[in-house]
Design a binder for this molecule. Structure first.
Ligand code: SF4
Length: 131
């Protein structure tokens, strides 16, 4: 039987939270999405560290949202490393942003753009199989 997904509590948001400008934009976009009730953030480092409870949470989520700063794609690769695939994904440099050092000043326009891109994906329901 198939049903459509999801309520915010069933959506987990992961971000690379990298030290670069785009990594910091990724993190802020994820924080904002959580604040807006779109989904719930979970620590990517916990997945990379094989923390069993965090992996179990991710396995039971209906939607796994990922935001990466650059094409090194740490979020996507970390999830794949434990056998999980993202259902929704934004790669910031693919949207025309250049990676560089983080100045300490958040690019709020970039954050809004990333949030908009992610919301476009999340509002589209996906079919999930219910056993
Ligand atoms: S995806 Fe890019 S910006 Fe993000 S942590 Fe990895 S190398 Fe850094």
């Amino acid at each position: 039987m198939a049903e459509e997904c999801c309520s915010p509590s069933e959506i987990l948001i992961f971000t690379c939270s990298g030290s670069s400008n785009v990594g910091q934009v990724a993190n802020q976009a994820a924080v904002d999405l959580q604040q807006e009730g779109i989904g719930k953030m979970l620590c990517l480092a916990g997945i990379g560290g094989h923390v069993s409870g965090m992996i179990a949470s991710a396995q039971s989520a209906k939607r796994l949202v990922g935001i990466d700063g650059c094409s090194v794609a740490c979020t996507k690769k970390t999830m794949e490393h434990v056998g999980l695939s993202l259902t929704d994904y934004v790669l910031i440099t693919a949207l025309g942003y250049e990676k560089g050092p983080y100045s300490g000043t958040m690019d709020k326009k970039a954050v809004d753009k990333i949030k908009d891109e992610m919301k476009k994906q999340i509002v589209k329901p996906i079919k999930i199989e219910v056993k």
